[in-house]
Structures are given as C-alpha cells and as structure tokens.
Design a protein around this ligand. Structure first.
Ligand code: SAH
Length: 345
C-alpha cells in the first residue's frame, strides 16, 4: 500500500499496527497529506476553535531527578522559587480577565505544598470562578491525594507518561523512579474521574521509531482526554546536555497520528514546539492540535521554570502573550475561544 492510502486507511478506521505507524513515520513524501487529514478530523469535531489554558508554573522545586529536565533535583544552577497562594490567585484574576477559562497549576514535585494547601487553592479558585476548569500537573502522588484534589474541585490532571516502553523509561529516569508507578498513576487518575492527560517527548535520547509507535498505541488504548506532545530539547545543566533535540517534522507527525488514532483528544500545540521553530505552534495547529497553553506566571519567575534551554515567551506579560497568540492562531486559520474547552465525547 502506498503511504497516502495507508494514511487514508488510518484516518477512516482510527486504527493502525506498529508496522503501519512506522511506515508513516519513515516516509516523508506524504507529510502534507497526513497533516491535512488530521486537520480535517479536528475540524469535524472541534471546528476551528482553539482552547487556551492559562499555565501557572507555581514552583520549580522538585524532588525528582529526571535526566532530561532542567529543574531536576541535582541541578544546583537553578534559582528555586515558589509562588504564594496570593500570587497564584492573582494569576487567575489576570487570566480570567484575559479570557482564560482553564487554569493549569503545574510544578515540580514539591512537598512544600501539602494536600491541604493544594485542596484549599483549588476550591478557592473554583469558588471564585465556577465557570472555569482547574487542571493540575503535579507529578506522581498517592491515590488518596489524587482523590482529595478531585473532591476539592480539580477537573483535570496532566501527567505525561513520557514513554510507553519500560526499557526506554529507565534510560530517561534515575533508578528510584518507576515506569510501573507512572502508569499506575494514570490509571488511578482516570478511575477517579479526572479528565486525564498523558503524553510524551519526541526525539528524546535513545528513542526509536518502535518506541514512538508504542506511545501512539498506548494513547489509543488509554484514551486520555488530553495528549501533550513536544520535542525533547536539551538543557545545559542536565546529563542530556549534548543530546540532539527532537525535530519539528517528527513532532508534527506524532501530533497528526495522535489525531488520527484518537480523534476527540485535546492536543496542545506546545511551547516546546514553538521553541524549536518560529512557527512551530502554528504548524502544530495545522497538524491536528487544538489547544495552546500560554504562561500566566509572573514574568519575573518565568525564566526560572526552564525545563529546557531557550524557552520562548519568558519575557512577555500575560496580556502580551495573549495578543501574540491571537495573531498566530488566526494566521493559521483558527480562532481562540473563551471557553472551558472540555473534551467532546
Ligand atoms: N512535575 C510534573 C510536570 C512536569 S513538566 C510531572 O511530573 O508531570 C511538564 C513536561 O515537560 C514533562 O512531562 C516533560 O514531558 C516535559 N519536559 C521536561 N523536560 C523537557 C525537555 N528537556 N525537553 C522537552 N520537554 C521536557
């Protein structure tokens, strides 16, 4: 079968084998057809709407030591920061007036924020803004903790699986971290009732085509409401500092294939994609993504939340970011909407 026919088959059936996925990844001549197919499916379900999520990167303290990440525990060169509760609420206030109806609280795994504090913040935000969704991205926690957060009003939880292959996971993480636990956390989040986000990096060290196919098949099986996909970008203070970054093309192909296999997914066009190419986020939208997640954190902290080098938008005020995105999204042929942007089943 030629690649176009294969893409067409995947677009219609939303099914593919490992071999078929690898065949699509390996042949570049049908890329445009692939992106157009993904865009067509996205438009059938979500029209031209692009959902915006206000990202509050509230702490860069982390107890983990992921080999790829710039805020890993062993990095002594980062100045660590934490936002106060009050500062977090201010981010939400500003975000709300800019049209954000989802707030994403993301951070390193920082035990300074106890369940009690986190639950209080979630419930205060939900009380003040009942028309908004709260998304958490705080890494691996106990089932008990996830439950309490859910009961306090959190709607969604982002926890990228990073790679669906245990052997590959072990090459990206220190021994003390466990692939099984990450997978178990994702199952637990779904079971509790969170709209759950999984996802992976493209071009991470040691990654093979087979690993990427496994990521896609894992997504197909788990059916997370959200899927975050971005290129791996080296950070100068990590063991992977000399590794090559993921490519634009491979990342776009993964976004598009995710749309084909799991048509209803909410897929962000990531900041990492915008970092490796000036039009990365626009191209991501055209390849099937339908979400953007600009930063709402106070500008003075943004440079400090450096998971990878050269991260974009670290100097802009939130209002500027919002304006800039508006232009980018409309130049790509889509429209930012003021909406919670929930998963459409
Ligand atoms: N501590 C939370 C949030 C992690 S940061 C958690 O464990 O889920 C969000 C995502 O950034 C990670 O899941 C990872 O996929 C991505 N990331 C980290 N370092 C990166 C790098 N060097 N290049 C690209 N993406 C990276």
């Amino acid at each position: 079968m030629d690649t176009k026919a294969l893409i067409e088959k995947i677009a219609v059936s939303h099914e593919a084998t490992e071999e078929e996925l690898i065949a699509v990844m390996e042949s570049t001549e049908s890329d445009d057809f692939l992106f157009e197919s993904a865009d067509r499916i996205r438009r059938e379900i979500y029209g031209t709407d692009v959902y915006i999520r206000g990202l509050i990167e509230f702490t860069n303290y982390c107890k983990n030591n992921c080999l790829y990440c710039g805020i890993r525990r062993d990095n002594r060169n980062v100045e660590r920061y934490r936002l106060t509760e009050e500062e977090i609420y201010q981010c939400c206030d500003e975000g709300y007036s800019l049209g954000f109806r989802t707030f994403v609280m993301q951070g390193g795994e920082d035990s300074h924020y106890t369940d009690e504090m986190l639950c209080r913040m979630v419930s205060n935000i939900k009380k003040k803004y009942p028309d908004c969704a709260v998304t958490l991205s705080l890494g691996e926690r106990s089932e008990e903790s996830y439950r309490r957060l859910y009961e306090s009003g959190a709607d969604r939880y982002l926890l990228r699986h990073e790679t669906a292959t245990a052997e590959h996971y072990a090459k990206l993480h220190p021994e003390e971290m466990s692939f099984e636990n990450r997978m178990k956390c994702l199952e637990t989040l779904k079971k509790i009732g969170f709209q759950t986000g999984a996802g992976f990096m493209v071009g991470s060290p040691y990654q093979t085509r087979e690993n990427l196919a496994a990521d896609l098949l894992f997504i197909k099986k788990l059916k997370p409401e959200m899927v975050g996909i971005g290129p791996f970008i080296p950070h100068k203070d990590t063991p992977f500092k000399d590794c090559t970054q993921g490519t634009l093309r491979d990342t776009l192909v993964m976004v598009a294939l995710t749309r084909l296999l799991h048509p209803h997914a909410l897929i962000p066009s990531t900041t990492a994609l915008g970092t490796i190419h000036p039009q990365g986020r626009e191209l991501g939208l055209k390849a099937g993504a339908n979400v953007v997640m600009p930063n709402l954190s106070p500008t003075r902290f943004r440079k400090l939340y450096a998971l990878y080098d050269n991260k974009i938008c670290t100097g802009d005020e939130s209002a500027q970011c919002r304006k800039c995105l508006e232009g980018r999204v409309s130049s790509a042929g889509y429209k930012i909407v003021t909406d919670r942007g929930d998963f459409r089943a």
